[in-house]
Ligand binder design. Structure first.
Ligand code: ARG
Ligand code: ZN
Length: 445
């Protein structure tokens, strides 16, 4: 009786999660590990009356294995024609997926283009922790945010952090709306009642860092220290946001001094009235704020341009490499700007009693389930781990470690194991017991 139940349970688990080998641990149904996407060229037409979009998506892909069929991630939408290498290709839909079967198998190493059209009303995605992402309507438009799974609400893509590509995102909206996305604006012109805005991100970007914001207002361009900034602030938040965002060039300068040259060709900010979102996001080259940001949040999202965006993740459970680092940077920024030192912050937080399960668990380096990926043990306990490391190896080696990490993995991705190896190399110490205690073991370290 017992063993049949056990066997049934194992079978059921197997059916519930037919994860392919090499699948993303937190979201085993997303991504196709045999694809290496090189470029997305997207055009999105938005209709305010219905909230609907029509999308043309051209994706340049390299096959890393022979492909008889392959899948892209896409939620809902009515898919029209799909072609592979210019030839119509049959496809089918499963939840969150578009499975495409090219006429001929695609040999490993081949480069090919998939073209597709689809339309529909894109939807928000509810995260395992109850927060919202995906396509979120605002009172004057919409915002698309993708961490960790939301981009597939509007863009058919290979939705895993490790598959970075360049992007051209064009958005067509009726007057008087405007649209902003990642990277540089390469075109924005009128076409009758419609306005077309084209944005281009030339540095490799994970799909989850793609952003699109549609609303009223004016995109403002400025050039600071030779770098173009594009900023869109909802007119209602403009007066209060401007003075905070005025610090962005200094924040970039400060962080470049620590972590190496700012990684992207453009910078800027998007501030919109999006109360349902409730969090800021480090969308590549141009973070998104759903309310008037404060300086600490600007410092945090800007630090992510190095840790998260330029140095990406291979797997979501290693999110500490993003959030622990961006949070520690907040503390160090405060310290170097005449406020409380990072160590003072650490000492105060270390008083949190061991009985506070929520605070100390799960351990920062394996949040266990996606429900905890944005929890305090990843952010705060995670930043404490870096501060404890700084105290152990010294400030100079610590800063060298962060710098070499950012420079060594620029435009790529890293793993916690690689970070530990680098820390040991730079400090010339065996740090295994230290990292075990601070990153992997449950409870207060
Ligand atoms: N990475 C964001 C930050 O800067 C938080 C994202 C939260 N995402 C979510 N779906 N709750 O901390
Ligand atoms: Zn963050």
């Amino acid at each position: 009786m017992r063993s049949t139940r056990l066997i049934l349970l194992i079978i059921c688990l197997g059916l519930a999660a037919p994860a392919a080998a090499g699948a993303e641990p937190f979201f085993p149904h997303t991504g196709d590990s045999r694809l290496d996407v090189e470029h997305y060229q997207v055009s999105v037409s938005y209709r305010p009356e219905t909230g609907g979009i029509r999308v043309r998506d051209r994706i340049a892909i390299r096959a890393t294995r022979t492909l008889r069929r392959f899948s892209l991630d896409l939620n809902g939408m009515r898919v029209g024609a799909v072609s592979v290498k210019g030839e119509a290709a049959p496809y089918r839909r499963t939840p969150g997926k578009l499975v495409i079967e090219p006429k001929e198998p695609i040999p490993a190493g081949d480069r090919f283009v998939v073209s597709l059209h689809y339309a529909g009303v894109p939807k928000p995605v509810v995260d395992p922790d109850g927060t919202l992402e995906g396509w979120i309507r605002t009172d004057d438009g919409a915002v698309a945010l993708g961490e960790p799974q939301g981009t597939q609400a509007w863009l058919a893509c290979n939705n895993v952090p490790g598959d970075k590509a360049t992007f051209v995102i064009q958005v067509i909206v009726p007057i008087p709306l405007v649209a902003i996305s990642n990277g540089r604006q390469v075109q924005g012109y009128l076409d009758g009642r419609l306005r077309r805005f084209r944005w281009r991100e030339d540095s490799p970007m994970s799909p989850y860092l793609a952003m699109l914001d549609i609303g009223r207002g004016q995109t403002v361009k400025s050039t600071i220290a030779g770098r173009p900034f594009w900023t869109l602030i909802d007119p209602r938040l403009e007066r209060r946001s401007r003075p905070v965002l005025a610090a962005l060039p200094e924040v970039i300068r400060f962080e470049s001094g620590l972590f190496g040259a700012y990684p992207f060709k453009a910078a800027g900010s998007v501030v919109d009235v999006a109360p349902k979102v409730g969090y800021a996001l480090e969308t590549q080259s141009r973070p998104f704020y759903p309310y008037v940001p404060d300086l600490t949040t600007v410092v945090h999202e800007t630090a992510h341009q190095w840790f998260g965006d330029s140095v990406g993740l291979k797997r979501w459970p290693e999110i500490w490499l993003n959030e622990g680092f961006a949070t520690w940077t907040e503390w160090y920024y405060a310290e170097r700007h005449g406020r409380r030192s990072a160590q003072a912050i650490f000492v105060r937080l270390y008083r949190v009693p061991a009985s506070n399960e929520e605070f100390w668990n799960p351990p920062s380096a394996h949040p266990g389930t996606p429900k905890h990926m944005f929890g305090p043990s990843v952010y705060i306990r995670g930043a404490m781990a870096l501060q404890a490391l700084r105290v152990k190896i010294g400030t100079k080696p610590m800063l060298r470690l962060l710098h070499d990490w950012a420079v060594g993995h620029r435009y790529g991705s890293g793993t916690i194991k690689e970070f530990i190896d680098l820390a040991e190399e730079i400090s010339r110490r065996n740090l295994d017991p230290f990292f075990q205690r601070w990153l992997y073991r449950r409870g207060k370290p």
